[in-house]
Design a protein around this ligand. Structure first.
Ligand code: NBG
Length: 835
């Protein structure tokens, strides 16, 4: 499917002559393919020892990817060398998650190698899609937070900012989702089963991480053995981050845990050979697997150690870099901006203090000023269950020195608060880094705010709520630290690459400057009135829909009709994201059609995609419900051809890249006040889908950009949600709204669960007893918003006009804009051009 178009988009993305590019990349007289001595052929033969003509698809992918890496290698080395030589201030982005996805097409695109790749594909009779499909989707993240980190790295490289990402090299990424009898089941994601062609292991730059205890891992849980200090080794694996144009190639450095390679010879010669090796195994388990929880903190010991391991390795590495080219410590904040992606790496605060106090022998005050000036913290959620708090007992056992430092930070903080707010012990209790009670805990968000110079939220409403509610007391003490940085996404991956059809139409109309300056899209505004542009725009959407339908049939045998409205809800499953609200709307439509088969209604295909945390039962039950709903509707001849529900298993970056360009409607329907920003909302907007959404997260800013009349907003506002908490009663809606009642009655009559009576009872509880996320309150206005949308869809020109205006107004949501704001306001970071 789509091989030609995808390649064409790479070519049209700009392809100077290959020899000129080889010069840019310092590649000398090598050729990409076509002779025995060419990169591709050599890799096949010498790395894979494979006959060029009989190689497996996987070997071909590896050889192709390695050839691309060869082309970028010298530039990659030069980038690092330039930074060493010029010694600019650098950004270090610490994140437990980088949801990278596939790299081949992205790297070819950003290196402008589309032309060369197309030639190679042609000469070697390769199939581009086959090649691309060989690469696992690197899922070292759960969702928005990890994907944001990946977009940020790409934008920083494109903007020529000296930036480095630090994360963990999990052996297993986010679980693979399967569906059996409608239920989600999880499978391990062994993404490193075959060698990854992008990564470079750098054992010489390993880091030793001392702990005050030893530990054993058995049955997935961690047992600390107090009083027996031990250490872990962090081995860095580097991945290239190619900026668009291929001039700057930054590094994403992922740490893998290993045991110190000196064995305990005492034990060894004493005969405990197996015991000594088993220790190696337990050390390596530390980076075995990514925790699959999105927006919850489960508080496992293994996770605590993972977080510390990331911090300790990264801080040691960046301090080493700093020391190589700088004399005094005072300059540290002028040379290093360290951004904490959520509280996960918040132990950077005591870790940097420890380094400055114990290794550099600075005094407390100086160390404290340097720490605050270097660190910044980004908050990604207000959900109380997601705010990390770690048991003090664990610090005591594994990191006693860090605990001592935290106590001292807290003592200074509380003294200060008492001096500024005399008698306000309530405030003292709330801002304290230590939460007392049964088993004291350290509040990691408070630690990150107190120990850094900047705290930002990820959309205007979110930053506002953070400041005025969640951490109100701290914001009153440090008002100057609080700021907003509305999220963005990279237009290279999410428009240029994902949507060759629309990209071509855009470039045809306004040129290709938009690729690195998305605000240029505003030039499309007048074209919303232009009939031939509207037609081309509509055709691009139609092509993307057909390509998706073809891919779906090819990959899963499922048929969908591209002439129906593609109405999508894709993201992690969580009650606050309200997949159930969309499901209820579908049940209402289903009831209407069963009651009145002649009802006028535009045929729709509803797509759902997303994973549920493995222990989140209600989220898993919602997936089950959607699958049963799909099955019942498919089996009901009275609605055939008019409604269709499709649950797409294994939602991942690559699936998003396929589905989003093909979507007509984007559902962004979180309970207002709960979705910090959202980022898929932006991707849908850029790709010409219309949004039906609540006034939440960045959707509010999307409406500001495009004009509210070009979105379909509905439902309670965040203030209304908060104000009605005390008296909200879902029963009222059940009793007073006939369609709401009929929908719920149908569900709980086991109409969708004939063979499993009662299976959905917990959903009844969720919806009718508590309805904490207020599904029923918003259902009617949600349905009405879709009715307004349906009316517009009937008028092709009106629809095209709104969709074009949305694309034209999406410029703000480029992560280039977001990163420029971080660089200017938080990091004081300047570009450093690689010659
Ligand atoms: C998520 C929010 C999203 C937001 C992303 C990126 C976490 C903890 N938070 O709304 O739920 O878009 O972060 O900022 O994953």
């Amino acid at each position: 499917m789509g091989t030609k178009s995808v390649l064409e988009s790479l070519v049209s993305a700009g392809s100077p002559s290959f020899s000129k590019l080889l010069q840019q990349y310092g590649c000398g007289p090598v050729v990409f393919e076509g002779t025995d001595n060419a990169l591709f052929e050599r890799h096949l033969l010498f790395d894979n020892v494979a006959d060029v003509d009989a190689a497996t698809p996987r070997s071909r992918f590896e050889a192709f990817a390695r050839s691309v890496r060869d082309v970028l290698s010298q530039r990659w080395v030069l980038t690092e060398k330039t930074y060493e030589r010029q010694n600019p201030k650098r950004l270090y982005y610490l994140s437990m998650e980088f949801l990278i996805g596939r790299s081949l097409a992205n790297n070819v695109c950003n290196l402008l190698l589309g032309g060369a790749a197309a030639d190679a594909i042609h000469h070697k009779h390769l199939d581009w899609i086959d090649l691309v499909e060989q690469e696992p989707d690197a899922a070292l993240g759960n969702g928005g937070l990890g994907r944001l980190a990946a977009c940020f790295m790409e934008s920083a490289a494109t903007l020529h900012l000296p930036a480095m990402g630090y994360g963990l090299r999990y052996d297993y990424g986010l679980f693979k989702q399967g569906i059996r009898d409608g239920w989600q089941f999880e499978q391990a994601d062994n993404w490193l089963r075959a060698p990854d062609p992008w990564e470079v292991m750098r054992p010489n730059e390993k880091v030793e991480v001392p702990l005050n205890c030893s530990f054993e891992i058995s049955g997935g849980s961690l047992r600390a053995i107090p009083g027996r200090p031990s250490s872990l080794i962090g081995i860095p694996f580097d991945r290239p981050v190619v900026g668009y144009g291929g001039t700057t190639i930054n590094t994403l450095r992922l740490w893998a845990a290993a045991a110190p390679d000196f064995f305990d010879f005492q034990e060894f010669s004493g005969g405990d050979f197996v015991g000594a090796l088993a220790q190696t195994l337990s050390a390596e388990s530390l980076t075995r697997v990514l925790y699959p929880d999105d927006s919850t903190s489960m508080g496992q010991g293994l996770r605590f150690l993972q977080e510390y391991f990331l911090v300790a390795c990264s801080m040691a590495d960046l301090v080493r870099r700093f020391r190589r080219v700088n004399a005094g410590w005072r300059a540290f904040p002028e040379k290093a901006a360290i951004q904490l992606n959520d509280t996960h790496p918040a132990m950077a605060v005591p870790e940097l203090m420890r380094i400055l106090l114990d290794d550099a022998h600075l005094g407390w005050n100086e160390a404290w000023e340097i720490t605050k000036a270097s660190l910044g913290y980004t908050n990604h959620t207000l959900l109380p269950e997601a705010l990390e708090k770690w048991p003090m007992a664990w610090f005591k056992i594994a990191l006693p020195r860090h605990l001592e430092i935290i106590y001292e930070i807290n003592r200074c903080l509380l003294d200060d608060v008492r001096a500024r707010f005399p008698g306000d012990e309530g405030r003292v209790e709330r801002v304290s880094l230590v939460e007392d009670g049964a088993g004291s805990k350290i509040r990691m968000a408070n630690l990150a705010i107190v120990g850094s110079h900047s705290t930002n939220g990820v959309a205007a409403i979110h930053s506002g709520l953070l400041r005025t509610t969640t951490v109100k007391d701290l914001a009153e003490i440090f008002p100057e630290r609080f700021n907003n940085k509305t999220n963005g996404v990279t237009p290279r991956r999410w428009l240029l690459l994902a949507n060759p059809w629309l990209s071509r139409v855009i470039t045809g109309a306004i040129g290709d400057q938009w690729i690195t300056d998305l605000s240029q899209l505003r030039k499309l505004k007048p074209l919303a009135q232009d009939q031939s542009f509207r037609d081309a725009f509509r055709q691009a959407k139609r092509d993307a829909k057909s390509a998706f339908a073809d891919w779906l049939r090819w990959s899963s045998g499922r048929a969908v009709d591209p002439d129906t409205i593609f109405d999508c809800h894709v993201k992690r499953f969580h009650e606050y994201k309200r997949q159930m609200l969309m499901a209820l709307r579908i049940v209402v439509l289903y009831n209407r059609l069963r009651e009145n088969p002649d009802l006028e209604m535009r045929p729709r295909t509803f797509f759902f995609g997303g994973k549920a945390a493995p222990s989140y039962h209600l989220a898993k039950l919602t997936i089950k419900f959607i699958n049963n709903l799909a099955g019942t509707i498919d089996g009901d001849p009275s609605v055939r051809g008019r409604l269709k529900v499709v649950f797409l298993p294994e939602y991942c970056v690559s699936l998003a890249e396929r589905l989003i360009p093909a979507s007509d409607v984007s559902n962004q329907i979180s309970t207002a006040g709960y979705e910090a920003s959202g980022t898929s909302n932006m991707k849908f907007m850029m790709n010409g889908a219309l949004t039906v959404g609540t006034r939440d997260g960045a959707t509010i800013e999307m409406a500001e950009e495009a004009g509210e009349e070009n979105l379909f907003l509905f439902g309670l506002t965040a203030e209304q949600v908060a104000a009605s908490r005390g008296w909200y009663n879902p029963q009222w809606h059940y009793e007073n709204e006939p369609e709401t009642r009929a929908a719920l009655d149908l569900i709980f009559s086991d109409h969708f669960s004939r063979n499993e009576p009662g299976v959905f009872t917990p959903l009844r509880d969720m919806l009718l007893t508590k309805d904490f996320y207020m599904h029923l309150a918003d259902l009617t206005s949600y349905i009405q918003a879709h009715e307004r949308l349906g009316a517009v869809y009937g008028d092709r020109n009106a629809w095209a006009q709104k969709a074009i205006l949305n694309v034209a107004s999406s410029g703000k949501f480029s992560s280039d804009r977001t990163i420029s704001e971080y660089a200017a306001d938080i990091w004081n970071l300047k570009p450093c051009l690689v010659p």
